[in-house]
Design a protein around this ligand. Structure first.
Ligand SMILES: Nc1ncnc2c1ncn2[C@@H]1O[C@H](COP(=O)(O)OP(=O)(O)O)[C@@H](O)[C@H]1O
Ligand SMILES: [Mg+2]
Ligand SMILES: [Zn+2]
Length: 491
């Protein structure tokens, strides 16, 4: 069986020119080489797969190429070839994650006193340097303080903050930046072209998105995609490989969302599940997409699905949808949670929160129903009502049960914890001021057989008052006294 070399290794850049991004690192190092001002210790900091090892090796070649010290190593001499292969005797690649101790650093300390075997410089590349023990750092510090000539240290780390300041102050630090999407696409395209692979550009973009930043990850995904796709790397094959839901389905969902077609939305969820896709991935894709749309609209960018007028509605949708992600985690059937979230959209047009009403100057103590009705009628919303005869028979518990199943658990639990009184001409609900904003009054009023009236209470204050009363009572008992008058400081 022939050995298969992963793309990420096969296409490791061999010269500074092939490095994508990291411009300031490359520029500074090239200048230092040209000016003969190489530092004896560097820190290369940044997450995985950004080119820390790659650039360390290129720098090693620059210093040891048989054509002389150069920012353009030949890549053909024995030294260059050995460095590329990782077998050059003067290049030490040390993994600090498994060689963290003082002994490992002692070995280096001894070694620095010997002349290079083949090249001009010995280069020590200490990977994951932040893993070194404190003693190891101290030992290293001594070496960095009085470095014997012709030794270069490169400390590569994904966690710069864990490198002691004493070390940092003796090194020149380079921060490696994560590549942007187009840089990753460029890198993948380069590989595809060298490998003579057929690809759709959009497919590479999906891989770039999925790689979460690092070049190496993106190359590994491309590796997978070539095996998976058999022939051509297409959007469809890549989405399938990543377990993504086909764009056509997402498209259908967003269009139905725009048109408030609740039934269609419910059916899409059914279909996604039946086709064997992971519903959680589907939902996450939808939420990500809506987020993208929200940002677009807020920045006045045109969007394919929604217009700016729909921003408010979309914010509501996003609130409901993203909440469902959390709820689905602790629920056996995510499908039910997601479909419930969709059902909640029934109430979108009716959303006038009590908070908003207060802001608009409508007294909260007046029966709200008529005022809201006006607004609702203006918006041409058909009020969903129960049959009058059915309504009459309902107990408060029945009403709440219905709200629980149709509106949702949050609203239900707020109402459950609020005092509700059935009066002759209304239901009076006493709601804690803090919970007002979570209640959409239009969403619930249809469930009550009579108009509803909201009384705002401040529960916390009640508690404080009660506590104070207890204290007062204790003092009274202690002194066997009598309370003559009571005054409260509002603050
Ligand atoms: N800036 C870059 N330009 C081009 N390819 C890169 C770059 N950074 C990383 N790569 C690719 O990713 C692979 C891993 O990079 P590496 O230098 O080992 O990352 P690090 O040491 O930062 O974890 C390389 O072999 C190369 O294929
Ligand atoms: Mg590395
Ligand atoms: Zn060379």
């Amino acid at each position: 069986m022939s050995y298969y070399e992963p793309f990420s290794r096969k296409y490791r850049p061999k010269t500074f020119e092939e490095i994508i991004g990291q411009e300031s690192v490359v520029k500074t190092l090239k200048n230092a080489i040209k000016l003969g001002r190489i530092a004896n210790a560097y820190i290369f900091a940044g997450s995985r797969g950004l080119g820390k090892t790659t650039i360390s090796r290129i720098l090693t070649k620059c210093l040891n190429c048989e054509t002389g010290i150069t920012d353009k190593p030949c890549g053909k001499c024995e030294n260059c070839l050995e460095i590329d292969k990782g077998s050059f005797p003067d290049m030490y690649e040390i993994d600090a994650a498994s060689n963290r101790g003082i002994d490992d650093i002692r070995n280096i300390k001894e070694n620095v006193n010997y002349a290079p075997i083949k090249g001009r410089y010995k280069v020590y590349i200490i990977d994951e340097a932040h893993m070194l023990t404190r003693e190891a750092f101290n030992a290293l510090l001594k070496t960095l303080e009085e470095p014997p000539p012709h030794n270069i240290f490169i400390l590569a780390t994904t966690e710069l903050h864990k490198i002691p300041d004493t070390i940092r102050s003796r090194c020149q630090t380079f921060i490696f930046k994560p590549p942007n999407k187009s840089q990753i696409v460029e890198y993948l395209k380069r590989i595809c072209e060298k490998e003579r692979l057929n690809y759709e550009k959009n497919a590479l973009e999906i891989l770039a998105d999925a790689s979460e930043g690092g070049m190496r990850d993106s190359a590994s995904l491309l590796d997978q995609a070539t095996v998976f796709s058999e022939g051509k790397i297409t959007v469809e094959s890549v989405e399938k490989m990543l377990g993504f839901i086909p764009s056509s389905i997402i498209d259908k969902f967003l269009i139905s969302l725009k048109e408030n077609k609740i039934k269609d939305l419910i059916l899409v969820v059914e279909k996604v599940e039946k086709s064997g896709f992971d519903l959680n991935i589907f939902w996450k894709q939808i939420v990500d997409k809506i987020q993208e749309i929200l940002i677009n609209l807020s920045l006045d960018r045109a969007d394919k699905y929604f217009s700016k007028e729909e921003l408010k509605k979309l914010i509501y949708i996003q609130t409901v949808f993203s909440k469902a992600i959390g709820e689905a985690k602790s629920f056996q059937s995510p499908k039910h949670i997601y479909q419930l979230a969709i059902l909640k959209l029934k109430y979108i047009p009716n959303i006038i929160s009590i908070k908003e009403l207060i802001e608009k100057g409508i007294s909260i103590n007046a029966p709200i129903d008529t005022k809201i009705k006006e607004k609702v009628d203006k918006g041409n919303i058909v009020k969903e009502s129960l049959l009058e005869s059915d309504k009459k028979k309902l107990s408060i518990d029945d009403i709440l049960k219905k709200i629980k199943s149709e509106v949702g658990g949050v609203v239900f639990s707020i109402l459950k914890n609020s005092k509700i009184e059935e009066r002759e001409d209304n239901y009076t609900i006493f709601i804690d001021k803090k919970q007002l904003e979570f209640i959409d009054i239009n969403g619930i009023k249809g469930y009550f057989p009579k108009p509803i009236k909201i009384e705002v209470v401040e529960k916390n204050q009640d508690k404080r008052l009660k506590k104070r009363n207890e204290t007062v009572e204790k003092i009274r008992d202690l002194f066997k006294g009598k309370i003559i008058s009571e005054r409260y400081n509002e603050k």
